[in-house]
Ligand binder design. Structure first.
Ligand SMILES: *[C@@H]1O[C@H](CO)[C@@H](O)[C@H](O)[C@H]1NC(C)=O
Ligand SMILES: *[C@@H]1O[C@H](CO)[C@@H](O)[C@H](O)[C@H]1NC(C)=O
Length: 951
């Protein structure tokens, strides 16, 4: 066991023993209202010299010597004892004893701080798998505790055994533990920090030229991309970041906590983490590549669900369809314009008075229309909100079957509102008001009442039952869950906005206010100004969840997570298929159950830009099925903005145009130019869907990202560390969207790689098949062309000729695009394809998929090329289209079309389509039924070979 050592001399920068400068401070007054008097009354230091060139520097800061002294506890643990000092915790009594322990989970290091003074500390009940992680490096992470300085203050570092930078170094001081205020601060090894959410980040890399505090508490809050900086918390919570160190190695850190929390990034660079409940449960991921950091994170929290194949098609939605005819008109316009379309949505319009599982009279023909869409190969996703009106059969069935709803505590007097409804009159159910006309109850999806022989709680069973019943009327395929922060109208206000519906009032003062008015409320309250509380726009913090086991104060940010888990089960039960769920609120591991859209954005260029960043961040968070509302939700887009958004959005896994009520339609067929651009971009997307689907398989099986920024692939190229306007599908497919008004061209960056041998081939309108010079490039991008897309040499991408539905495209023959890396004598490329029926549930996890690997190589002696095709996994009886086309880029030989053979058996090509273009080194090989993929060798790969001559 490690013995705690004492370093008598403070070698370390910052608070414990070093000097406190403007740039390594820990804010001692992290709420509004700091002045000399309030600051000093806490025993903190007040700096009266405001520096206008560094206006974010905290003026009230913690003195040195704030923290704990460590001693050895039980083997592998340390006991921290509060150190006397000038600072007096204003947020409650300090914990007398904090126990620190560490353990390895595979390559992941877990460090836990649990305070013993407060019994039964809450931990998020999310049952994450915690699978051991792996790494390409043999290095092992080390937890190094130490007492430092004259004051013997406990701190720790996390390092690799091979040394290198400290991931964390808490010698900066500032450790505080109390029941409703926990704080830890650390120095960071680099400023290249990415992640933390859900928030609008103006750049993908955090900005360490200032102090910035990001709130994290699930909230129904629309993103604001137009402000220079808006640090408000949005719908979900993701306390996870990735750091790229100075040599390009990466690591990551996750803090498992679901209370209201916040993180400050400071200039040292350092970060300060604060939470108002639970404990410090820290996970360090060693990388050493950014992609491995995500793999390691997802081994811990669980890998994402596999979306149904159809959900990779284009989706059309709006709020404000007045009737079924409005939906039919929008769908009709889209189809008439030849724009690919797979999924038709309805927002709450289709419901009868906004009640879940009902159909309004203006949508009476919805059932027949859904059947018609199915016959055309399309699918339907409907919205369902969690809040259930308390006076109709859905709610009655919930009560009858033991479903639980969020409740007042047993001892709390129930408001008179409950007596307005026969079904709630003698219950403790906490009533709110959302879209329905009358009061609503909020299902308690953390209910753990699982009776013998069941796999679901009574609440989840009721929820699934309601979907099943409704599915027997309207055969929807996907479920969209909204308002699940959960959102409530009018909490603590005079009105709910509904005629005659009393709002929910929480105990903000008085003897029951401990949870609703805690001493420190986080920026999730302070950023919104006076009159805001943790319960604003939601339920009261003293509410009970988990069938009475938990406080809503602790579990609020898990509401969307828990609803997503229940809803995925409900979808599978109701449809018997995989389908797809998308959720507004998410929490770590929500990706196992749901995708996400980036919320109620606005039709502005700024929102188009931040959606590129947001989609990459949700890939860090293990929710790769993500996209923004194309053309913007709030407001009306200009024709040009909508066109550029359709072009960019065609490359987000979740690709949906969506619009707010009361604005003109903005579906792409509304403008001929947008229709043409959308058609072109989506047909292009559909051509490469087998590649996109295979990336989702890799995400589900191994915890990979689907979308990623360039620094994920080239972390040692420092130019990539700030790039957030381009993104990749996997490793090899680079999208350079146009994000500015009036552009005819766009700047992109094409990394040359550590060996200076990367090649990026254009696959869009300009210079097709040709390599783009490495480095920064300006590329033509008029509105009449596609946005630039390039494929990276060394990769083989599977594709299929597109169609206007995925259902039709999925039956077309396969093609392989072979993008060769290397020159003369050593050209190679490789790739893979996962294939299944696209909607069977479950899939992936139980191996019911076909998996192929391809490898291309050529040689000059003897002169020839080989494409090995390996059938790694097949499912008997599953139909797999034939491979008919092989296109090669960077191929500097003239192929002998008569010499093609599969495992030595000659093949006849279609010479009216096959060609070699020497001026661009492109070969195109085609024959109907060229290769039957179901008949390939499974052990030793099959070999497609041919001869060629040097050009
Ligand atoms: C547990 O669920 C069953 C139905 O599955 C129900 O009858 C019972 O009342 C529930 N118990 C509690 C404590 O909610
Ligand atoms: C070869 O490719 C170039 C560039 O795309 C094109 O201009 C030319 O027409 C092609 N040649 C043939 C024979 O197809």
């Amino acid at each position: 066991m490690l013995r705690l050592t004492c370093l008598a001399v403070g070698l370390l920068l910052g608070g414990i023993n070093g000097q406190i400068t403007q740039f390594n401070r820990i804010d001692c007054y992290p709420q509004p209202g700091a002045n000399q008097q309030t600051c000093q009354s806490r025993g903190c230091i007040w700096d009266s010299n405001f520096d206008s060139s560094h206006p974010t520097v905290p003026l009230c800061y913690l003195p040195t010597g704030t923290g704990y002294t460590g001693a050895n506890g039980a083997p592998g643990t340390y006991i921290l004892t509060k150190k006397a000092g000038s600072f007096v915790n204003p947020y409650g009594a300090d914990s007398g004893h904090v126990i620190v322990s560490s353990q390895l989970i595979g390559k992941t290091l877990n460090v836990r701080f649990v305070d013993q003074s407060f019994t039964n500390r809450y931990e998020p009940p999310i049952g994450i798998p915690k699978n051991p992680s792996t790494s390409s490096s043999n290095d092992v992470l080390q937890f190094n505790p130490v007492n430092v300085g004259n004051q013997n203050l406990f701190s720790f570092t996390v390092t690799r055994a091979s040394k290198g930078p400290n991931f964390w170094d808490t010698s900066i001081g500032g450790l505080i533990f109390s029941d409703k205020y926990i704080q830890i601060a650390t120095l960071l090894p680099s400023q290249s920090i990415y992640g933390f959410g859900e928030a609008i980040h103006p750049s993908i890399k955090h900005d360490f030229s200032r102090y910035t505090t990001w709130a994290m508490f699930a909230r129904d809050e629309a993103p604001d991309s137009a402000s220079a900086l808006d640090t408000k918390n949005l719908y979900g919570v993701h306390p996870f970041y990735i750091c790229v160190e100075s040599d390009g190695k990466a690591h990551g850190v996750f803090i498992l906590n679901s209370n209201a929390q916040e993180v400050t990034t400071g200039m040292a660079p350092h970060l300060i983490y604060r939470t108002i409940g639970g404990m410090l449960d820290l996970y360090f991921f060693p990388g050493p590549t950014p992609e491995e950091v995500v793999n390691q994170y997802l081994a811990l929290i669980g890998t994402p669900m596999l979306p149904a194949y159809w959900s990779l098609g284009f989706q059309l939605c709006r709020w404000g369809y007045q009737s079924l005819q409005d939906i039919q008109a929008a769908v009709g316009r889209t189809q008439a314009a030849g724009i690919p379309l797979d999924v038709v949505f309805s927002d709450i319009d289709y419901m009868n008075h906004d009640e879940d599982f009902t159909t309004g009279s203006a949508f009476a023909g919805l059932s027949q229309y859904v059947d018609q869409l199915h016959a055309q190969g399309l699918h339907v996703t409907l919205i369902f909100d969690p809040a259930i009106e308390v006076d109709y059969d859905t709610f009655q069935r919930g009560l009858n079957t033991g479903a639980r709803f969020i409740e007042w505590p047993a001892s709390y007097p129930v408001p008179s509102t409950n007596s307005l409804y026969p079904m709630t009159a003698n219950t403790k159910i906490m009533l709110g008001a959302v879209w329905p006309d009358r009061h609503t109850a909020f299902p308690d999806f953390l209910d753990e009442n699982i009776t013998q022989g069941e796999s679901s709680s009574a609440t989840d069973k009721w929820w699934a039952g309601e979907f099943t019943l409704y599915h027997s009327k309207i055969a929807f395929d996907g479920i969209w869950i909204d308002m699940n922060e959960p959102s409530n109208f009018g909490t603590n206000q005079a009105s709910t906005g509904h005629e005659g519906i009393a709002p929910l009032a929480c105990p903000l003062t008085g003897s029951n206010n401990a949870l609703d008015s805690p001493p420190f409320q986080t920026q999730a309250v302070y950023l919104f100004g006076n009159g805001n509380y943790l319960s604003t726009k939601t339920l009261c913090m003293l509410g009970k969840t988990g069938g009475g086991k938990y406080n809503f104060y602790d579990t609020k940010s898990l509401y969307g997570w828990s609803e997503a888990r229940a809803t995925q089960k409900a979808l599978n039960t109701a449809t018997g298929k995989r389908g797809v769920v998308i959720s507004r609120s998410t929490f770590p591991s929500a990706g196992r159950y749901t995708g996400h859209w980036l919320g109620d954005n606005t039709a502005r260029w700024e929102d188009l830009r931040t959606s590129v960043i947001g989609a990459m961040e949700f890939n860090f968070f293990g929710i790769p099925y993500v996209g923004s509302d194309i053309c913007g939700f709030i407001g009306s887009p200009t024709e040009e903005l909508c066109l550029r958004w359709q072009q960019m959005g065609a490359f987000h896994p979740f690709s949906r145009n969506h619009n707010i009520a009361g604005t003109p339609p903005q579906d792409p067929a509304m403008w001929p130019s947008v229709a043409a651009a959308a058609k072109k971009a989506l047909l292009f997307r559909y051509h490469y869907l087998p590649h996109l689907y295979s990336l989702h398989y890799d995400a589900t099986l191994y915890g990979h990202t689907v979308l990623r920024p360039l620094f994920f692939e080239f972390p040692s190229d420092s130019a990539t560390l700030t790039l957030d306007k381009q993104f990749l599908w996997g490793s090899a497919f680079l999208i350079t969207p146009v994000l500015t008004q009036g552009a005819n061209s766009v700047d992109g960056y094409f990394p040359s790689g550590v060996n200076n041998d990367e090649v990026w081939y254009s696959i869009y309108d300009f210079n097709y098949a040709q390599a783009t010079p490495p480095g920064p490039n300006q590329l033509p991008a008029p509105v009449t062309s596609m946005i630039p897309v390039h494929v990276r040499g060394g990769y083989i991408l599977p594709r299929q000729a597109p169609a206007t539905t995925t259902t039709a495209a999925k039956t077309n023959p396969f093609e392989l695009l072979v993008a060769i890396k290397g020159v003369r004598g050593a050209g190679t490329a490789q790739g893979q394809l996962y294939w299944d029926d696209g909607e069977a549930s479950p899939s992936a996890v139980d191996g019911t998929y076909n998996y192929y690997k391809w490898n291309f190589a050529y040689s000059e002696t003897p002169m020839g090329a080989q494409l090995t095709l390996q059938r790694v996994n097949t499912v008997n009886g599953m139909s797999v289209p034939t491979l008919d086309i092989i296109e090669l880029f960077g191929y500097k030989f003239s192929p002998s079309f008569q010499s093609f053979a599969l495992d030595g058996n000659p093949l006849t090509l279609d010479m009216s389509s096959s060609f070699y273009n020497a001026s661009v080194n492109q070969a195109y090989i085609k024959a109907t039924n060229l290769i039957d993929l179901t008949k390939l060798n499974s052990g030793t790969p099959s070999v497609l070979s041919w001869r060629h001559t040097l050009m």
